[in-house]
Write a protein that binds this ligand. Structure first.
Ligand code: NAP
Length: 245
């Protein structure tokens, strides 16, 4: 239904959580998928094995999304292996939450490098091949925190707000080449990133404030990524889609 059969997708941070679900959804809709991981080779290999039966190519690459040279080499390698890249999902991300008075420079820098510089690194490298192909869909993972702010998450919020500004600017730069660039802003998603917050009184209170009264699953976010990646999202660019229940 989504018309992505035969497309080539590259997903950063595909070994776990939202990224792994995006990989799975793309594969099940018939796309060939390359994905990256940093510190979970076993989970990356398990995901590749799990998806082997779908009759498409799935390959995992160890690559640090915050490292410009590694991203450049990665894109060249994926194009060599798969021939092209139609869909880029900039999903890799971390938190190093702390109140600003206690936040270290290293915590700030790590979050900026992995959540924001990574999006620059990857997008810059796929732009030329996508421009040559006169087609492409780039999906950047932001967060509702980037729009609302949150005490203890100033670095995370700033990085995710940066992703939104980047997304809107790039959409304007490359729209004339038929390349779309959108962001997804998830609310609270049940993954390793939020595992320490998923239970207890605080979690129930938080849930009560969500109209749909539940946290998101990774699949809720993956379905939105699939929509934006596919022809169903063909006239959508420069947008931030909130997926927050
Ligand atoms: P997660 O479960 O912690 O998974 C993070 C993924 O990013 C892993 O695959 C990890 O690889 C990869 N990664 C981390 N640093 C990397 C680096 N330097 N280079 C390459 N890959 C790297 O996180 P998640 O909850 O799925 O979050 C995915 C994205 O959604 C993030 O951008 C996050 O900010 C955003 N988001 C999450 C939520 C939420 O509630 N969970 C809400 C809004 C937005 P390894 O497995 O190899 O470490």
């Amino acid at each position: 239904m989504s018309n992505i059969s035969g497309k080539i997708a590259l997903v950063t941070g595909g070994s776990r959580g939202i990224g792994a679900s995006i990989v799975e959804h793309l594969v099940k809709e018939g796309a060939d998928v390359a994905f990256t991981y940093l510190s979970s080779p076993d989970r990356a290999t398990a995901l590749v094995d799990q998806l082997q039966s779908h009759g498409v190519r799935v390959k995992a690459y160890q690559s640090n999304a915050s490292d410009h040279t590694q991203c450049k080499d990665l894109i060249a390698q994926v194009i060599q292996d798969f021939g092209k890249i139609d869909i880029l999902v900039n999903n890799a991300g971390i938190t190093r939450d702390n109140l600003l008075v206690r936040m270290t420079e290293e915590q700030w820098d790590d979050v900026m490098a992995i959540n924001l510089k990574s999006v620059f690194n990857m997008t810059k490298q796929v732009m030329r091949p996508m421009m040559k192909a006169k087609s492409g869909s780039i999906i950047n993972m932001s967060s509702v925190i980037g729009e609302m702010g949150n005490a203890g998450q100033s670095s995370y919020a700033a990085s995710k707000a940066g992703v939104i500004g980047f997304t809107k600017s790039i959409a304007k730069e490359i729209g004339s080449r038929n390349i779309r660039c959108n962001a997804i802003a998830p609310g609270f998603v049940e993954t390793d990133m939020t595992s320490y917050l998923q239970e207890g009184e605080g979690a129930e209170k938080y849930k009560a404030g969500i109209p749909l009264q539940r946290f998101a699953s990774a699949a809720d976010i993956a379905n939105t990524a699939l929509f934006l990646a596919s022809e169903m999202g063909n006239y959508i660019t420069g947008q931030v889609i909130s997926v927050c229940g």
